[in-house]
Design a protein around this ligand. Structure first.
Ligand code: NAD
Length: 444
């Protein structure tokens, strides 16, 4: 099948590459010519495990193409995916300007019958808006049908998720359109859930809002655990055995970030507001998440009294491991707050430093390795749970750091590992551990 994908971000590029891998002829379109030139050479502009290899393979086998000229990309396509960004507007709602621009381009440039599929996360009613724009501006005599097909991949495991998704949601008002998309996805062998367009659009927001709620719920529990001397990991494990609850997304920490949960929760509050429904629960979820990062700063301040002149190292900058995405990362809030309190902030991330440099305050000092970032630090904050940090030798910390104090925002270490490591260790929803150096020397 000849397919085009408009927008080559985390969703569009991965979708395009994976569809070419299952045998389709795919053209990925982006307005960013630098990205196009890079991708034509088989280099992904984003970090996503396994993506570069698949790109190179499918380019070489002639099934994957890139262009910045929409007309060229749409030529003979049976399906056109819209996968451009829907970022947050200042009032919290989704910015649909990129979606609407693509709808206008489709109207002007398609020359054959086509199914237009919105993969971007869009508020209920957007697909009909896309259809209206296309119909009102259609230049050629072609048949257009629309479908909603929200995306559930996770950055960091996007390729793996595309081939092994839990479900593919297809929202259409038209059986023929659904059949074309089912046929297209058939080689993936993933269950297809068909519904109407509005429900499909809502499934995406409801899913992200529910996952964000799980995270904020366990974070609230963690804050209570800290005050009562309970251990949130044990609480989550104990809860997780219950199949109605499940253990996934019950990891306490410094909150969710990234390009989806923050903006999608805000957008859903706005969508609800649009029909005069106050989504009180979701507003609280957002509030809890915002507080969670500040609570970590409070912990650091209460340890030192004043942060003036203190050297604080940030371990990890990306919003989660295995991605270079810095959008809404906890590191942004932490770096700003710590610098505002007078701290000297050093940072290291295995992949996201290039992106971080344009986002974090200028005062942040970037280091090239874990050992460099820890050198002479008064404290280190684990912001992103990269394996590199989880495998860190805690016993050696007191030799490199001025004070071996760790604030673990992701609960990377268990009590047994920390006890006897000669460090002061503060995590989320668990007791702090003060293990003495004398015990270390005894153990060594
Ligand atoms: P992104 O910002 O990484 O990429 C968007 C791309 O679209 C950019 O490369 C941009 O240059 C391009 N673009 C903008 N206007 C264009 C136009 N008119 N023609 C061609 N290209 C154009 O976005 P993303 O993270 O891939 O997200 C895309 C959508 O998918 C969003 O709605 C997002 O909410 C949703 N989504 C994202 C994820 C994720 O993990 N990132 C997961 C599920 C759903």
């Amino acid at each position: 099948m000849k397919i085009s994908v408009v927008g080559t971000g985390y969703v569009g590029l991965v979708t395009g590459v994976c569809l070419s891998e299952i045998g389709h002829n795919v053209t990925c379109i982006d307005t960013d010519i630098n990205k196009i030139n890079k991708m034509r050479q088989g280099q992904s502009p984003i970090y996503e495990p396994g993506l570069d290899e698949l790109m190179v393979k499918n380019i070489n086998e002639g099934r994957l193409h890139f262009t910045n000229v929409h007309k060229e990309g749409f030529e003979n396509s049976e399906v056109v995916f819209i996968a451009v960004g829907t970022p947050q507007l200042p009032n919290g709602s989704a910015n649909l300007q990129y979606i609407e621009a693509v709808a206008g381009q489709i109207a002007q440039e398609v020359t054959t019958d086509v199914v237009v599929v919105t993969k971007s996360t869009v508020p209920v009613g957007t697909n009909y808006r896309v259809e209206k724009i296309i119909r009102e501006n259609l230049k050629n005599d072609v048949k257009i049908s629309i479908a909603s097909n929200p995306e559930f991949l996770r950055e960091g495991s996007a390729v793996q998720d595309t081939f092994n998704g839990d479900r593919i949601v297809i929202g259409t008002d038209n059986d023929e359109t659904a059949a074309i998309l089912e046929k297209m996805y058939k080689p993936l062998n993933i269950p297809v859930f068909k519904t109407d367009i509005s429900s499909s659009e809502m499934i995406k927001y409801a899913s992200n809002a529910f996952l964000a709620t799980k995270i904020s719920f366990i974070n609230e529990i963690s804050n209570i655990c800290e005050k009562l001397g309970a251990n949130v990991e044990d609480v989550a494990n104990g809860m997780g055995y219950d199949q109605r609850i499940g253990r996934n997304f019950l990891n306490a920490g410094i909150g969710y970030g990234g390009s989806c949960f923050p903006k999608d929760t805000h957008a859903l509050v706005q969508i609800a507001g649009g029909v005069e429904h106050d989504f009180e629960l979701l507003r609280s979820v957002i509030q809890v998440n915002n507080n969670q990062q500040r609570l970590m700063v409070d912990k650091i301040v209460s340890k030192f009294g004043s942060l003036e002149g203190k050297v604080i190292s940030l371990l990890g900058l990306a919003f989660k491991p295995n991605t270079d995405d810095m959008r809404e990362a906890a590191s942004i809030v932490l770096a700003k707050e710590l610098i505002a309190q007078g701290a000297k902030v050093k940072a290291y991330d295995p992949i996201a430093m290039a992106n971080a440099k344009s986002i974090l305050p200028e005062a942040v000092i970037y280091e090239e390795s874990v050992s460099d970032v820890l050198q002479n630090a008064d404290a280190a904050v684990i912001v992103t749970e990269w394996d590199e940090f989880k495998n860190m030798d805690l016993k050696g910390l007191h030799r490199v750091m001025s004070e071996a104090v760790i604030f673990d925002g992701r609960n990377c270490f268990d009590e047994e590992t920390v006890t006897g490591a000669g460090i002061e260790y503060h995590s989320v929803g668990r007791k702090s551990i003060y293990s003495s150096k004398s015990l270390i020397s005894f153990q060594m």
